[in-house]
Design a protein around this ligand. Structure first.
Ligand SMILES: CC(C)(COP(=O)(O)OP(=O)(O)OC[C@H]1O[C@@H](n2cnc3c(N)ncnc32)[C@H](O)[C@@H]1OP(=O)(O)O)[C@@H](O)C(=O)NCCC(=O)NCCS
Length: 155
């Protein structure tokens, strides 16, 4: 896909990000996760965490960020997603590489974690994440939770 631009999330992007979430229900997200995602988006400004939106021709087609825990020297890939209609076009890779770059630029961060489902752990394995724990039905009934980690190598 062409003309992809990433920029920081603003509160005006809330509805567009929730629409991307909705496009991925029920295969990738359970409906009951929506309230958590909404709370996360509303807390970004006060937490100061980086959260990006991917746009093409002014429309938001992907979003994702980092939840940073400097005291534990780690950050988590948080709420990364691409609009369902645009899967398989390299956007998830774009979003993941952008977040890896952000994390590598944080001097206090040595490890990245994430939790995802049985449907997407294979995607994150491509970036070197390894599985630390699998919890059947850990996200919601029918949606297993896969915890994954990546040690960061600094440039
Ligand atoms: C996971 C996700 C971000 C991938 O985005 P995408 O734009 O479809 O992925 P890309 O087009 O960049 O794919 C890159 C590579 O990963 C592979 N891939 C894509 N999705 C995959 C998946 N779910 N499982 C395994 N491999 C996958 C592609 O085949 C491609 O492989 P290749 O380089 O060998 O051709 C997307 O499926 C998504 O938004 N899912 C819903 C949200 C979600 O579950 N997020 C998880 C964390 S909260």
């Amino acid at each position: 896909m062409q003309d992809i631009v990433s920029r920081p999330y603003t509160s005006d992007d809330l509805a567009a990000c929730l629409a991307i979430f909705d496009s991925n229900v029920p295969t990738y997200f359970a409906p009951e996760e929506r309230a958590d995602f909404c709370r996360f988006l509303e807390s970004i400004a006060s937490e100061g965490w980086p959260y990006l939106v991917l746009t093409t021709k002014g429309s938001i087609i992907g979003c994702g960020g980092l939840a940073v825990e400097p005291e534990r020297k780690r950050a988590s890939l948080a709420w990364g997603m691409v609009d369902k209609a645009s899967h398989g076009q390299g956007l998830g890779t774009n979003l993941t590489l952008a977040r890896l770059e952000l994390a590598r630029a944080m001097p206090d961060i040595a490890e990245l974690t994430l939790d995802t489902s049985q449907h997407t752990h294979g995607f994150y394995e491509k970036f070197g994440f390894t599985v630390s724990k699998v919890t059947p039905d850990g996200i919601a009934p029918g949606l297993d939770r896969w915890d994954m980690t990546l040690r960061l190598t600094k440039a």
